[in-house]
Write a protein that binds this ligand. Structure first.
Ligand code: SF4
Length: 62
């Protein structure tokens, strides 16, 4: 599973980096994806985090 952050949409709330630090980190005011492939044990958390992003900036690619 792969995941992307839309940098034009992200508002830098840091929710994803806080909830799922194996996959996302903050780079200044934007979240970036640090995992090329989401580790299988982090998939559920990543899906949940994508759903909880307040501006729907996270896209899951199966
Ligand atoms: S949860 Fe969404 S808006 Fe917040 S930092 Fe992550 S990608 Fe950006």
């Amino acid at each position: 599973m792969k995941v992307k952050v839309n940098k034009d949409t992200c508002i830098g709330c840091s929710l994803c980096a806080d909830n799922c630090p194996d996959v996302f980190k903050m780079d200044g005011d934007l979240a970036v994806v640090i995992a090329d492939m989401v580790p299988s044990e982090a998939e559920d958390t990543t899906r949940e985090t994508a759903q909880n992003c307040p501006v729907e900036a996270i896209t899951i690619e199966d």
